[in-house]
Design a protein around this ligand. Structure first.
Ligand SMILES: CN(C)c1ccc(C(=O)NC[C@H]2N[C@H](CO)[C@@H](O)[C@@H]2O)cc1
Length: 475
């Protein structure tokens, strides 16, 4: 048990340091963050977690191959607080107009796992290649149900790499019918909109579900670029937002640009989305980042690194234009980024992207938690470099607007403009690796320390204005 006397937390070795500490040289980069998702207490959320999981694309019950003990391990090893949880239209609406409540029960059970561990959840209506129905074995694509898959008899030839199925005639036609580019199937987007409404109706009052990611990596079929993004994609997003708001006023609606090109840094032509809710908009922007040079296999080294760095900068400019201007100051969640962690320079790439995301104020859901060299654990459970990369001190929930923060393995510096209307404390994760013993806090009063979840909570005076908190191991 903890006895809290003033700003000292007795019995847990956490003290408010008196001496002034030199600021660490944090990695220089341009800070641009201006918007965050907030929790029910009004705190700015800094979200760090994974996509869970690609395995859900093919399981009969639509659930990821990811157990509650897998989540316990992720939480204990990395202190994550967020998940982009993959759901699918085929599972929500297995037959036209019939919503599978047993499936939503399974989703709600997983959401409960995350809730019990202090996570926030974004539900991702995931598709790749439109549907499992594009090939007879059902193993190539995922997302749409078979009844919504109209290829009009056009072929889907076998391809060596999965991405190339996107340009197969049958797949392009399935997308063209979904977007009603053919003029033959206006009902498909109607169904998609209403499937989302059914999901939102289930989770509207669940404070753990903080956002809905309306479509994974949209593809326009024969419509590409502005004709697609500013046309049927923006229209579907608006219709879905309007439908969700009929049942859920408070969850964030997250919209993503088309994947091809924008994942690699090309500007998006997505149109604005109006939010009919009472009060401030709750539209977020959820792009992905996959620099093309990294796909060529040279890793993050040499000329590939030069090109990748250029991609990251152009990508950031493009993302911030859409978030700040088109979507009127929308918070950003980097819905996906990742690489084979065994590639040369992988550690530097991971550090670079997490730094850029920090400075953009972006949440991050790494692709993905699935076992293998891309993820935190190999098939046999061995850790990859990702575990120590993610397992760093970070502020998870801030009682105001973050101005800047940085951390190393054994130090965290956070400056924020205190919001006197937010009474909940600021919450900071401190890994045992860097904080094995007593903890020193400068610049704020310690409210509590939870040694199980390794969460430090601190509070400033309501009139504190701009606050700088520094947390280090006690001398
Ligand atoms: C041609 N098109 C439309 C295309 C090509 C490649 C990707 C992709 O690699 N995406 C990156 C990762 N995202 C998915 C899951 O959302 C993963 O399977 C990919 O590795 C997307 C679309």
């Amino acid at each position: 048990s903890l006895a809290v006397a003033g700003s000292l937390v007795l019995g847990a070795g956490v003290a408010t340091a008196q001496s002034s500490l030199p600021a660490t040289g944090s990695d220089s980069s341009e800070w641009s963050a201006s918007a965050y998702l907030t929790d029910d207490a009004g705190r700015s959320l800094i979200l760090r977690g994974f996509n869970t999981a690609s395995s859900a694309k093919s399981t009969p019950d639509g659930m990821p191959i990811f157990t509650e003990s897998d989540l316990d391990r992720e939480h204990a090893d990395m202190g994550t607080n967020f998940v982009r949880f993959l759901i699918s239209w085929r599972s929500v609406e297995p037959e036209p107009g019939q919503y599978d409540q047993a499936y939503l029960d399974r989703v709600e059970q997983r959401v409960g796992w995350y809730a019990e561990r202090g996570y926030k959840v974004m539900l991702d209506m995931h598709q790749d290649l439109y549907s499992g129905a594009i090939t007879p074995d059902g193993k190539t694509g995922n997302g749409a149900p078979a009844w919504a898959t109209y290829m009009d008899g056009l072929p889907v030839n076998e391809r060596d790499s999965w991405e190339l199925y996107y340009i197969e005639p049958g797949v392009i036609r399935a997308f063209d019918n979904f977007w009603n580019t053919t003029g033959k199937h206006p009902e498909l987007v109607d169904h998609y909109v209403n499937a989302w409404k059914a999901v939102a109706d289930r989770f509207a009052d669940n404070e753990t579900v903080v956002a809905y990611d309306l479509m994974n990596e949209p593809w326009g079929g024969s419509l590409q670029g502005p004709a697609f993004e500013a046309g049927p994609l923006t229209s579907m997003y608006q219709r879905t937002t309007d439908a969700i708001r009929q049942v859920d006023q408070d969850s964030w609606v997250c919209v993503a640009p088309q994947a091809v090109g924008v994942n690699q840094g090309i500007p998006s032509a997505l149109g604005t989305i109006a939010d009919p809710r009472q009060g401030a908009r709750r539209i977020a922007y959820c792009p992905h980042l996959y620099p093309l040079p990294l796909d060529l296999g040279d890793g993050y080294s040499g000329f590939s690194k030069t090109l990748t760095d250029a991609t990251i900068e152009t990508w950031r400019t493009s993302i911030e234009h859409v978030a700040d201007t088109v979507l009127e100051g929308a918070p950003v969640i980097l819905g996906e980024f990742g690489l084979d962690t065994t590639l040369p320079g992988a550690q530097d790439y991971l550090d670079r992207v997490y730094t850029v995301a920090r400075d953009m104020g972006a949440g991050v859901s790494y692709w993905s938690s699935d076992r293998g060299p891309w993820g935190p654990y190999l098939e046999d459970g061995t850790q990859t470099i990702l575990v120590d990369t993610v397992n760093k001190p970070y502020p998870r929930a801030v009682a105001g607007m973050p101005v800047r923060w940085s951390s190393t393995s054994d130090r965290l510096d956070l400056t924020y403009r205190n919001d006197p209307a937010v009474t909940a404390p600021t919450e900071i994760y401190l890994p045992a690796a860097g904080f094995p013993g007593d903890i020193a806090v400068q610049g704020a009063d310690v409210v509590g320390w939870d040694s199980q979840s390794r969460l430090l909570t601190v509070r400033s005076a309501p009139d504190a204005g701009e606050v700088t908190v520094t947390v280090t191991p006690a001398a």
